[in-house]
Each structure stands twice: as C-alpha cells, then as structure tokens.
Design a protein around this ligand. Structure first.
Ligand code: BDP
Length: 599
C-alpha cells in the first residue's frame, strides 16, 4: 500500500490532533460527548492518568468532525489510517464503512460519493484491544466477574511488552483521482560488476489508463533513466550501501486521453541482498549486523508514533557504530521505515507473530508451579491472522531498501510437534509474496535447542535469542559461557551453510546499581555478561552479527520478573546511556559494517 503523499494530482489533509474519546459503548449515529478527549496519534493508556483506563480491555471510541474539502467528479475521498491497535471499525456520519484487523499496518476507507456535497463528515472509529488465541500478537483472554456483578475483560499478554493501544499512527484525509496509481513494485537487478541497474517498475492502477510513464530521478532530481515497457536501466548506478544510503525516485505518471490523471513519486534504493555459504551479502559484500532489537515505546506516547524518538534512536544507533535493528515484535511505522531507508540502516522486518508458545512461563517453569505446558499448535488458531500480517507487511514494505530480511515469528514453540506444518506454508508465503526475494527467517527461542527445533532448516538465516547468564545460568557467567559455546558450535555444525545471527541477548540492568562482584542487575554484571557473550561469538565462523536486547528499557505488564518494565536496554527508557554503552560502542566501532569471519 502506497504511503500517503502530496502530489500534483493528490491532496492530503492531516487529521491528527484532539478527538473526542470514550471507553465502552457508543452509538455512532449519535454525537460523542467532548467531555473526554484523546490525542491522535498516541497510545491512550499512559496519557489518561487513570489506572483502570490504562489497563482497560474492550471497545473504545474516537470521534471528530471535519469539513469536507472540495472533491471533483473524477476524484474520491479516502480516510487513511497508519495503524489502529489492534482493530478498528470506521463509521462516517453514523454509517459503517469498513474495518481492519491487526494493529500495525495501514488501511484505507473510501468515503462514498453521496457524502461529498455535505458540509461536514463525522468520523467515528470503534477501536478494540482484545487479544486471544486467534490474534497476533497472542494474548490470554478471559472475563472476570466484578463484585458489582459487571464483567471485566482481561488480556494477559503472552509476550513481554505492554499491550498499548489506540490510534497509534497518523490519520489522513486524501483526495485522489478515481483513476489512480494503486501500487508500485520496484525490483532492481545489478550487473555482475555492480555498475548498472536494471530496474523493473510495475505499476497498478485502480482503473484502466491509456499510458503509464516511469521516470527515474537521482537525488538532485536529474532524470537518469526512463522506463520502456516497465524497465529502466541506470548506468553508473550509485548503490544504497550500509550507512551510506542513496535514494532514487521512481516518478510515475498515469495518462488518460492525453491528460495526466495521477502522479506519485516512490523513493527507492538500489542494492542486492542474498545469503550464500554462511554469509549475508549486501551488494555482494558480507555484512556484519551490529545493532538492536527495539520497541516502539516512549514515555507518554506509549507505542504511538514519536518521530523525534525515532530519529534520536537512529542517531544513537549510528553513534554506537551499529548498523541495524529488528522491528521486534511487530511492523514499525512507515515513517520509521522511510527514515531507515534514508539513513542506510539495515532493518529485519517482523510481523506481530509473538506469543506463539502456549505456556511460555510453564515451559521454562519460571513460576516454579510445575504447571504442564500444552501443545501450542493444537491450541493456537492464528493461521488466518498470520497469513494476513505477512501479506500486509510485504505489501507495505516491499520497496524499502532498508528491509533486508523478513521474520515469520519471534520465539514460537518451534520445538513442539506441529510447528513444521504450521510454518512451512508461511515461510513459502513470504517468498512468494516478496518481489525482491529477500531472505526469510524465524527467531528461535532457547527452548528450541538444535536437537529439538523442527523449523530452522527451512529458513535462510539461523536467528537465535540466547540468554546464557540471564535466564539460564543466572549470575554464573562461567557456566553460561560453556553452555553458549557448546550450543553455538552445535548450530554451526548442524547448518554449515547458513549464517547465524544473534537476534537477542541481554541482561536487566538498573543504572546506578553497582557491585564488586558478579551480581545481576548491576552495571558491572551487564558489562561482564556482554564481554562473555562477545568472546564466544567471535569464535563462531558463521556468526554474522549481534543485536542486543534491547536498545532501551521498555514498558511491560506487571510481573514478578519485571521491575517497572524490562531493563535490558543499553539506554534507559528516556535514552540515557548505561555504563555498557561505552564498551559496546568501542567494540562495534572496531568491527567494519562489511565484515566476515570467514575468509
Ligand atoms: C525474549 C523475547 C523478548 C523479551 C526478552 C526478555 O523475545 O520480547 O523481552 O526475551 O525476556 O523472550 O527480556
């Protein structure tokens, strides 16, 4: 789906700002009172300053009125949502117009023509944040009868981040031609010497047009190529390189009866990506991933778009000598993807498939209550949701140069029977959908050791989340080192042709807490923990990178093992560095972005 853009043929109006707001029921044929308001975009949870609202589960409403802009006979009016978490029903002047399931991808609602002559539009959005065993992410849903007899909906997250909800990303009103460009697909193929790019630009239109013209512009807006039959050749191409981005623009024009009816400019970078012989190649050079698992998580905004935080995070990432992040554990905003494109940051793009492990705490016996885990694949009914999130993510992000790999799920029970049948078609679906045929991976959980995992032979890169010295051998780094070394060597021997990427490793750390001994949660322990991990990583030839968990501390549900959130960040939640930042910066600055241990 195209990002909303102002062009000669398209108008864009911002619907961000203050909306009327209500938890619970509302009849969209009536007017929502302005007694309670909410800002768009943001999570409603923290700004409400009320514990019950913060933890509320169920329907909640947003409403506002706007004057209708001029829409001529050959144009249409569209309401475009960047995301509503986790689902939304949209009404205009009381009439139901459409809905969207899934909290992290954009959707559009076309306003019917009979409204265009009216003075105002009343837009009502019924959002809902319930999660269960059919949704992604996966939540444990139940209902509790209160003392007064009322029923309270509860979601216990099957994942380790706060279930923030709301209209999380921008809302725009778009006026565009009825005959418009509905999609652009860009695939570049490089010549062997990497000097020339053959760029295939496929354009879809909403209705038949007479002619589609595609012009390729460089960053100075000079014309460098014109497409013939959907193909353009860029000689002396400037490649999109890691932290040295270069973006061309495909300027698409659609003509009908000799008249320009629609135009749209899609930025794109030219680079190649492939996996071969245990290496991850970008522009045919092996890359070493240095970076982070992240979250969209800031004070006040929660999971709502915070562009200043996005930019600061990528500046901090560069400052540390890093080059990459994973969109753990859901698709990030389109604004973040565009920023990563522009800054040359590598992105591992993940769908919200988290929590696919029926009884995570019981399996690890974290709670120590001996509860028996059930077979995940017998109880989950997430197949339809999973197909949808893959389709929507690839449709949204396919043209981004920054996206170099897709993630099918984070830490599913890939060691339980049924996992292979569940994942095989989904991995294939990614490959079929992706016009650029990027590598696909699954992020493996530590329970799914090499002898138990049933899925990783199907993916291109072995991605591992490993917590030796934290969840395993807690506080005993000697024992942890032995365990980690042994396991990584086993993976290396099992899949000698596959690269291994550490997608999570980390230790909760409270800044300012110190000790002369190896005591978990202190800044010294975090330092020693990383030192030990890096020592082991450096001995594994196929290990192509390390992404620490996490970039910054982040909010979670209340749990015995969480002290006001997860504190594995290298930075605090307000982006102040912990002591470890200096060590890791030193290490990463010394490792080139293009680097391999294999010669
Ligand atoms: C992994 C998850 C991540 C958690 C992390 C942790 O992928 O979401 O936050 O461990 O426990 O299980 O810190």
């Amino acid at each position: 789906m195209l990002y909303p853009q102002l062009t000669k043929t398209r108008n864009l109006y911002d619907l961000n700002g203050v909306w009327n707001f209500k938890l619970g029921d509302h009849n969209p044929q009536e007017k929502l009172s302005s007694e309670t308001v909410m800002v768009v975009p943001t999570s409603f949870n923290d700004v409400s300053v009320d514990k019950d609202i913060r933890n509320y589960i169920g329907d909640f409403w947003y409403e506002r009125e706007v004057e209708i802009p001029k829409v001529s006979r050959d144009e249409e009016l569209v309401i475009r949502f960047g995301s509503v978490t986790h689902r939304a029903k949209v009404y205009v002047n009381g009439e139901f117009l459409g809905e969207h399931e899934g909290g992290f991808t954009p959707f559009e609602i076309i306003v019917p023509e009979n409204y265009y002559q009216e003075q105002t539009l009343k837009i009502s959005v019924c959002a809902n944040n319930e999660l269960n065993y059919t949704t992604l992410p996966v939540g444990n849903y139940f209902e509790e009868v209160q003392e007064d007899g009322s029923v309270k909906k509860v979601v216990k997250e099957n994942f380790d981040f706060f279930n923030y909800a709301g209209i999380h990303r921008p809302v725009k009103l778009v006026v565009r031609p009825k005959t418009h460009i509905s999609d652009i697909v860009i695939v570049s193929t490089l010549s062997n010497d990497l000097q020339t790019a053959d760029v295939a630009v496929t354009v879809a239109t909403s209705e038949a047009a007479d002619e589609v013209r595609v012009t390729i512009l460089d960053e100075e807006r000079n014309v460098v190529a014109t497409a013939e039959n959907g193909r353009a050749v860029i000689p002396n191409v400037r490649l999109w390189e890691v932290l040295d981005a270069y973006l061309y623009t495909a300027q698409v024009e659609v003509y009908k009866g000799g008249e320009l009816v629609d135009t749209y400019s899609e930025p794109f970078g030219v680079r190649s990506v492939r996996v071969a012989e245990g290496q991850f190649l970008v522009n045919e050079k092996p890359v070493y991933f240095k970076g982070f698992g992240k979250h969209e998580d800031t004070f006040i905004n929660g999971r709502g778009l915070n562009e200043a935080a996005n930019l600061m995070d990528l500046n901090l990432l560069k400052e540390m000598g890093a080059n990459s992040f994973r969109t753990s554990h859901y698709p990030y905003s389109e604004e973040m993807m565009r920023l990563a494109d522009r800054m040359g940051v590598l992105v591992i793009d993940e769908v919200p498939a988290v929590g696919l492990f029926q009884n995570f705490s019981a399996a690890l016996d974290i709670l120590g209550d001996g509860e028996k885990p059930k077979n995940t694949w017998e109880v989950m009914q997430t197949k339809a949701a999973h197909e949808r999130v893959i389709d929507e993510l690839v449709a949204r992000d396919k043209n981004h140069a920054c996206v170099v790999m897709w993630v099918v799920a984070n830490e599913p029970a890939s060691h339980e029977d049924g996992a292979r049948d569940y994942f095989k078609p989904l991995i294939e679906r990614y490959r079929d959908n992706d016009p650029q045929k990027r590598p696909v991976t699954l992020v493996n959980i530590m329970n799914a050791t090499p002898d138990k995992d049933q899925v990783l032979d199907l993916v291109d890169v072995v991605c591992l989340n490993r917590y030796y010295g934290w969840y395993v051998a807690h506080g005993d780094l000697k024992k942890a080192e032995l365990g980690l070394q042994k396991e990584l060597e086993t993976w290396q021997n099992l899949y000698p042709d596959k690269p291994i990427l550490i997608t999570e490793y980390g230790a909760d750390t409270l800044p300012g807490l110190h000790s002369m001994w190896d005591i978990p949660y202190t800044e010294e322990y975090q330092r020693d923990y990383y030192e030990m991990n890096h020592k082991v990583f450096d001995t594994i030839p196929n290990l192509i990178g390390e992404q620490v968990w996490n970039f910054a501390d982040f909010e979670t549900n209340v749990m015995l093992i969480r002290v006001k959130g997860n504190h594995k960040g290298l930075f605090s939640r307000n982006r102040e560095p912990k002591m470890i930042v200096h060590d890791i910066k030193k290490r990463w600055t010394e490792i080139p972005h293009y680097f391999s241990k294999k010669k």
